[in-house]
Design a protein around this ligand. Structure first.
Ligand code: CP3
Length: 348
């Protein structure tokens, strides 16, 4: 049961809380000197996330340093395709890509037969490790990407940022694409179920690339596969709070209305108070300060926090976050300042 000392869980349950909860996307990462030290010890990012002892440490770093209301599992959205045999790679300056991407729609059937959860033992170990360190003092967020977002990275050749190949499949191989999204929905559902079984308190889905879909396909390719994931999870864990990060949702806000989520996380391009007016007072909202604000002066940061919070008529069911992840070259002192501003601004 949520208690008054759990502002994050209160907000997810749309209950008034003693303070507005705050956590930040990519709160663990290269902007923190202690992260860079552990990353250097691990040698590379993949070794870091596949070594539970180190991944536990990195998960805990931001909640030790800052007054945050939740921890997020240190992992990556691309671990599932990696565990499906696509082999995840990170080249400096290139962004993530797969050594064996899906180039041919004929390759899809074999993906249905694989069981990625059998290769993700390191994730369950990290969750157990984090839970035994935080002893219930802070909620732990587990996560996965949405089916469409994973498909964007899986389809096509080499490192890409535009995901043109996945977009071509909408028309070139519509049946196979929809088959791929269903297969991914099953694997993602099972992955989240295992994370919850291992101890995460909240499950979040990152639909980071739904925004590139034409509006004709947003429902079928972004929303419906997310619904399949959530239905699968909730058949096993009906009470687990769920958050959907619908980056780029823009004018398609109405489409989340009947999704079984507790909270909608938004990027910085949308207006939170208008979203609340549209979606009503039962769905919690999370977001959505522009992460570039962290490059401003303290005066500017505090002004922007004030403006965002003032725009919300009622802070019940509101979780303060950024609209996207913290960038690696941000000054960590500004992150601490931002978090303190949120607490000061919402204390009453
Ligand atoms: O938020 C957290 O602190 C939890 C950990 C987390 C990471 N990635 C760690 C990470 C989470 C939740 C993610 C999600 C993720 N990963 C998303 C969805 C969110 C979003 O950004 O829309 C996406 C698209 C990815 C894919 C990914 N992984 C990218 C684009 C990158 C950056 C590559 C680069 O060169 O900077 C990563 C790597 C990554 N994931 C890092 C971290 C801390 C940087 C790794 C490093 O170099 O140390």
């Amino acid at each position: 049961m949520p208690s008054p000392s759990d502002p994050f869980r209160d907000a997810l349950a749309y209950k008034p809380s003693l303070r507005t909860p705050v956590w930040l996307m990519r709160q663990a990462g290269r902007y923190l000197p202690e992260y860079r030290a552990i990353r250097a010890q691990a040698g590379d990012f993949l070794t870091l996330l596949k070594t539970p002892k180190l991944a536990v440490e990195v998960t805990l770093q931001p909640i030790r340093r800052f007054d945050l209301d939740a921890a997020i599992l240190f992992s990556d959205i691309l671990t599932i395709p990696d565990a499906m045999g696509l082999e995840l790679c990170f080249e400096p300056g290139e962004g993530p890509y797969f050594k064996h991407p899906i180039k041919n729609p004929r390759n899809i059937e074999q993906l249905a037969a694989c069981a990625p959860v059998e290769h993700l033992e390191y994730v369950w170990s990290t969750i157990h490790g984090v839970k035994s360190e935080i002893m219930g003092h802070k909620p732990l967020i587990g996560f996965s990407a949405s089916p469409w977002t994973l498909a964007c990275y899986m389809i096509g050749e080499g490192p890409r940022r535009d995901f043109e190949d996945a977009l071509c499949w909408l028309y070139q191989y519509p049946t196979e694409l929809s088959q791929l999204l269903s297969i991914l929905a099953q694997h993602i559902g099972d992955y989240l179920i295992h994370q919850i079984d291992s101890g995460v308190d909240v499950a979040m889905l990152f639909d980071s690339w739904g925004g590139i879909l034409p509006s004709t396909h947003y429902g079928a390719c972004a929303i419906e596969p997310v619904r399949q994931v959530l239905n699968r999870v909730q058949a096993v864990h009906p009470d687990i709070p769920t958050i959907l990060f619908a980056r780029g949702i823009g004018s398609r806000m109405e489409m989340v209305r009947n999704l079984p989520i507790r909270c909608l996380a938004l990027d910085s391009t949308v207006d939170l108070s208008l979203t609340r007016q549209l979606l009503g007072n039962s769905l919690a909202l999370q977001g959505n300060l522009d992460p570039h604000v962290l490059y401003g002066t303290h005066e500017e940061i505090s002004k922007q926090v004030h403006t965002l919070i003032q725009s919300m008529d009622d802070l019940t069911g509101f979780i303060f976050n950024l609209g996207h992840g913290i960038r690696p070259d941000v000054d960590f002192k500004n992150v601490g300042f931002l978090i303190d501003c949120v607490h000061q601004e919402t204390r009453s």
